[in-house]
Design a protein around this ligand. Sequence first.
Ligand code: SF4
Length: 316
Amino acid sequence: MNSPWIAPEIAEAAQAADAPDAAARALKIERETHKLEKRLCRQVGQAIMDFGMIEEGDRVMVCVSGGKDSYGMLDILLKMQHRAPVNFELIAVNLDQKQPGFPDHILPAYLKQLGVPFHIETQDTYSIVKKVIPEGKTMCSLCSRLRRGILYRVADELKITKIALGHHRDDMLQTFFLNMFFGGKLKGMPPKLVSDDGGHIVIRPLAYVTEKDLTRWAAHRAFPIIPCTLCGSQENLQRKQIGNMLRDWEKQYPGRIESMFTALQNVVPSHLMDTKRHDFQNIRTTGVPEPEGDTAFDAPDLPTPGAPGGVQLVQL
Ligand code: SF4
């Protein structure tokens, strides 16, 4: 049962089940994997629809780093391409930043075997960053700025209409809390937005997908993962802390992550304090009952998840 081709959770589920023999266990694994694939396709399809990510004739640049998330995104988008109501092209793009030990044969071989059009852009940003940033300081901000500029140029050259990035639901929640805790902003990671240079549309088709599902899918598909520590840079400690905090919360209060993610889609500006988002100066009485109005003397509402009028947990 311990095969690298089978995600650990799926293998455990099969063993735990009252499966009388190997054939029944294999069937159980197949069913679990099929359910996972269906869920991934449904969630990606839903995100594409909800945020209008892909339109007829789009040329979508799928940024592939060699990590599980971007492999998963490409894999699911290729499946969606066959069943989508619109025609669009997928072009996988990888930026080889010349980090020491980067196995530059892995991605071309994999993409060739998939049969997807691809482009590998080779630019030695690693040497530039090493030269400019003093030893021991974090290199990520310069490195990502350089990478962004290069990928925007490549997108122009390839006549790309959408740039797809492999951030998932957990990345988005982490970013939301990072901005709140360390940046003093209620700001997340958008599923679709114009790029900072104003010239491109960036989409995140994995917006509704959990990291856990991507990990299971990567194990099932045995993607040739390229380690992301080649640059030698430290992992962002703040992001790591937030990730641990979210995991602990979820363990203690199951459903909290789901509820927080739903909250990102149900913003009520009149109940926050941003004078740029809500015109507090010109508030006037209307004489008409307002369901979203202030309940004045009542204690603050603590809605019960799933209860009428409470937080609705969206099952994706
Ligand atoms: S982790 Fe390494 S490759 Fe990634 S942004 Fe930071 S310096 Fe660049």
